[in-house]
Design a protein. Structure first.
Length: 302
């Protein structure tokens, strides 16, 4: 076994172990499958061990690999910290900033905000990850995350920038056929569009005094954009940010547009990246524009 290891080989090992296949690791890293495969084989020769059991299109880490992965992860984390520190020293208002935001935020609210940023800062490129999953900022899956909850990751800076009200909506056609509920308690008698495994809406109902289960939703999907499309198609009553629902002429508010809940908006960035001029510029722009979306709370539905 050699005393010196090639970092590209170790990095390939970490990527493949995390993703479980060469194809997924290649899409994540931008390195081709053959190259990743050669690096894994070279690392196995250098270490004198077998790292993966190969079969059925998947690469399963061997017990030896599982033991070594902890040390390889440490090397990856150290490399990330090195990159973070280097990025933090860059003061040019140019380059790429990678954002992570929920599907609703990325689809409905961020486009106009980012276009305004582009007009002011034409040398900043944006990469947007539209996902409801929490990104790992430390591993550089994102430079900045926009979250509808307070992040609890270590080594990050968080800022509460706004509170956005949520209301209920349905198409005029649906309400003409089924009638409009006069209170929040009556929504259980309607066709509801909601989430599958995501319990955000259920927690909101509980806060409103209506302890519903997921079976209350006759249509369930964790893709919030797909849920909204079912609402505008006339399936039933759905729930979204007032900034989204009020702007869509295909639906009308239920309960007179009263707020049913309020979602906080948090901005998160790695502490070292806050010293990067381009990241700080995007962070401050998001804080200002998302903060301006704050709307006075309506009368809660009863």
């Amino acid at each position: 076994m050699t005393d010196e290891l090639d970092w590209t080989q170790v990095h390939a090992f970490v990527r493949v172990a995390r993703h479980g296949s060469l194809s997924k690791a290649a899409r994540s890293s931008g390195v081709s499958q053959p190259t990743l495969g050669r690096r894994i084989q070279a690392l196995e020769r250098a270490l004198g061990v077998t790292l993966f059991d190969r079969g059925s299109g998947a690469l399963v880490p061997t017990p030896t690999a599982a033991t070594l992965l902890e040390h390889a992860d440490g090397m990856a984390a150290a490399a990330s910290r090195l990159s973070l520190a280097a990025s933090g020293r860059s003061q040019a208002i140019a380059g790429t900033v990678r954002l992570s935001a929920s599907e609703v935020m990325a689809t409905h609210l961020l486009p106009a905000i980012l276009v305004a940023l582009r007009r002011d800062e034409p040398r900043i490129d944006i990469e947007l990850v539209a996902s409801n999953d929490s990104g790992n900022l430390l591993r550089r899956e994102a430079d900045i995350a926009v979250r509808m909850y307070r992040p609890d990751q270590a080594d990050v800076i968080t800022r509460h920038v706004s509170d956005l009200p949520v209301a209920a909506y349905a198409t005029p056609g649906y309400l003409a056929r089924h009638g409009e509920p006069s209170s929040i308690a009556e929504v259980a008698d309607h066709e509801l569009v909601g989430h599958d495994t995501d319990e955000q809406l259920l927690r909101g109902f509980r806060r409103a005094g209506l302890p519903l289960g997921r079976e209350a939703f006759s249509f369930r999907c964790d893709d919030h954009t797909a849920c909204w499309q079912l609402v505008v198609a006339g399936w039933g009553i759905g729930f979204t940010l007032r900034q989204v629902g009020d702007a869509d002429a295909r639906v009308q508010p239920v309960f007179g547009g009263a707020d049913l809940d309020v979602l906080p908006v948090w901005l998160t960035a790695h502490a070292e990246l806050r010293t990067s001029a381009r990241v700080r510029r995007v962070y401050d722009h998001l804080a200002q524009t998302l903060g301006a979306l704050r709307a006075p709370a309506g009368t809660a539905a009863r």
